[in-house]
Design a protein around this ligand. Structure first.
Ligand code: CO
Length: 222
C-alpha cells in the first residue's frame, strides 16, 4: 500500500493512529536535537532510579520529573504497591538493584488515588479486591488516626501518604534491599506523593542504606 501524505492521513486518522503519528514526529525531533540520541540508548541503559508508581494515566513518571528515556527504570501497578508475593515487582526490583545498580528507589503515590479510595470503601470490585486488601491492611494498622480525621478527603489523603510510607518499608523488608545495603551501601529509598491538582511532588519519607527496621523483618545471614 502506498504511503499517504501526512496532511491527508491526518484527516482520516483513527484515534490510535495519532499515537503512531506523534511517535514519528517525536523520533524525528529527537534526532534533529541530538543525532546520537537513539544509537546511544540502543545498546545500553544506565538509569540511576527505579520508580514504583501508580498505573494512573495522570502520573507519567518521565514527564513529571523532566527525565528522558534511559533515566528511570519503571514499575507501575494500582496504588504503587510493594507486595512481597508479586513476582513482577520482585523481578523488576531485583534487576534494578542487582544488575542496573540503581542509586535510588522511589515509591511515588498520588493524591486522589482511585485504588486507595476503593480500598477505603466497602464495595466489592471483583478480582481487584485481592490487590486492594493490601491497602486495607494499612488502613487497619492506622485505624485510630483515621477516625480522628473528620473530613473524608483529608482521610483519603492521609491514607495515600501512609500507604506510600508502608510500601517504602516493604522495600526495606525484602532480602533484595537488605543484601544490597550490606554489599554496596545502596540504594536510597524514597517515598513521594504527587499532587494531581498542582503537579507538585511532595517528598514524605527517606531511608538511607543501612537504616534499621523492625528486627522482626531483618535478615541476619545475608
Ligand atoms: Co492511583
Amino acid at each position: 500500500m502506498k504511503k499517504q501524505k501526512t496532511n491527508k492521513s491526518t484527516t482520516y486518522m483513527k484515534p490510535y493512529e495519532k499515537l503512531l503519528e506523534s511517535n514519528k514526529n517525536w523520533a524525528t525531533t529527537k534526532v534533529k536535537e541530538d543525532p546520537e540520541f537513539f544509537s546511544r540508548l540502543a545498546n545500553v541503559q544506565t538509569p540511576e532510579y527505579l520508580w514504583i508508581g501508580c498505573s494512573d494515566s495522570r502520573v507519567p513518571p518521565n514527564e513529571i520529573t523532566g527525565t528522558s528515556p534511559g533515566e528511570i527504570f519503571i514499575h507501575r501497578n494500582i496504588a504503587n504497591m510493594v507486595v512481597h508475593t508479586d513476582l513482577n515487582m520482585l523481578s523488576v526490583l531485583h534487576y534494578a538493584v542487582n544488575v542496573l545498580k540503581v542509586k535510588h528507589v522511589i515509591v511515588c503515590g498520588h493524591y486522589g488515588c482511585g485504588g486507595v479510595k476503593a480500598a477505603m470503601s466497602q464495595n466489592s470490585f471483583g478480582i481487584i479486591n485481592k490487590w486492594l486488601r493490601n491497602i486495607k491492611d494499612v488502613y487497619r494498622i492506622h485505624r485510630e488516626e483515621f477516625y480522628s480525621i473528620a473530613e473524608e478527603s483529608k482521610r483519603v489523603d492521609r491514607l495515600i501518604e501512609l500507604n506510600v510510607m508502608e510500601q517504602v518499608m516493604n522495600l526495606a523488608k525484602t532480602s533484595i534491599i537488605q543484601e544490597a545495603w550490606k554489599d554496596r551501601q545502596g540504594p536510597h529509598l524514597h517515598g513521594w506523593v504527587y499532587g494531581l491538582a498542582d503537579g507538585i511532588i511532595k517528598p514524605i519519607m527517606e531511608m538511607e542504606p543501612g537504616s534499621r527496621i523492625d528486627p522482626i523483618y531483618e535478615f541476619d545471614n545475608l
